[in-house]
Design a protein around this ligand. Sequence first.
Ligand code: SAM
Ligand code: SF4
Length: 477
Amino acid sequence: MKFTPERYSIADKRMQPFIDADEIWGFIRETRSTKERVRQVIQKSLNKERLSLADTAVLVNATDPELVEEIKEGARLLKEKVYGNRIVLFAPLYIGNKCTNDCRYCGFRVSNRDAVRKTLSDEEIISEVEALEDNGQKRLILVYGEHPDYGPEYIAHTVKTVYDVKKGNGEIRRVNINAAPLEVEGFRKVLDSGIGTYQVFQETYHPEAYKEYHLGGKKKDYNYRLTSLDRAQEAGLDDVGIGALFGLYDWRFETLALVRHTSHLEACYNVGPHTISFPRIQSAASIGITDKYMVDDPTFTRIIAILRLAVPYTGLILTARENPAVRKEVMRFGVSQIDGGTKLELGSYKTSVNEDQDLNKEQFMINDSRSLNQIIDELLDDGYLPSFCTACYRLGRTGEHFMEFSVPGFIKRYCSPNAILTLAEYLMDYAPEETKRKGWKVVEENLQNLEKNGHKNVPAIRKKIEKIKKGERDVYF
Ligand code: SAM
Ligand code: SF4
């Protein structure tokens, strides 16, 4: 994959801030989006080249409905050709909601005196994870407020606790983290506990806007947060996730800033972000923001298509903040990971039967409360291949998204077979009859597709499926 970095007013240096807001606005104001340019940029991405900021601005500024459709179609093509039909599934597990920060958009903010604060005990973590395993989950993201109780040792302890829980054939094979930024030493400790990705969202990349939303606590420091994933990299944690909270500031700025963050990580560490997230603000207790920058559904789809084209090697995550219809729509344009069976209230996987959300106990409102199996059912109906694969990360094939994208045959050799195998495990252990019926059909169709495309490993995959049918688990390439 080719990428010719642009020259920026702030040179990329490790651990140094890299966002120049005027420069980003300059790209937006000065870039023209002619039909020809838009098509060139789409083609560049389809040729597996990373887009520059100027290229991304061309896509962001394209407003002609016909061109917007071409951008979406380009993203769809890229996704289909490069990644195929896999969708990776995970669930969030909130560990503790104590928080010393005062982020105006969040129900956990310290100034929300009505928030019910809770930190799961080890026993509660274990019973939550057992409940998640009973549903068939294999990948979790642990979420924490920012609080002295949730230091690196504590985070590492909770990660180990989660990995130790094995119930029946259930186990969690990949734990990701969404927590406050740490010092280099702290990142090292958390890395040693065996995590996958560490996510820190900048929320808004605009320094002035950032100040307006972050009223108290350590998170007030824009630069400390901006350079947090540099510190992760310095600690050897090269699997990082970036994100912006859409609705805080102009979406065009945030989209370019995400690409700028990507180029910073590439320039300094030779590796871009593993994943990009683009949550949209949802209702929350004590929320104090206007809807000036809210992003509507058509714009949201555009943002996802643009990010897919701009950073074609990175995983794109979409959560249950979005409703089922939006999720279905945007999966076509680039989203590769979604959560399923999501519950935000602390301790609720074990106890609650889909009760209404109590916003003083949860961070924000979700709009997709379907069970994991309902989501898998829909994915199967829509021709996707649900995947719980964790093979690359466990075999040390790091940078897997990058390899999927840039190593010819990688997906057919590893990703599709492993997606099929993890789906087979799910069908054997957790699926109801109707899902089993659909699921085995999808498994067979995918095997035949691989065969049709001349892939020699189909007999080996079939052998492994037989092993799974006989009771073997955690079988992968
Ligand atoms: N406390 C840590 C932090 O702020 O980095 C951990 C992450 S926080 C629990 C998870 C993410 O949820 C935040 O980074 C933010 O982007 C998002 N978030 C907060 N309030 C939200 C809201 N009202 N709607 C949607 N997402 C929200
Ligand atoms: Fe705390 Fe994170 Fe919520 Fe901010 S977004 S109040 S840091 S939990």
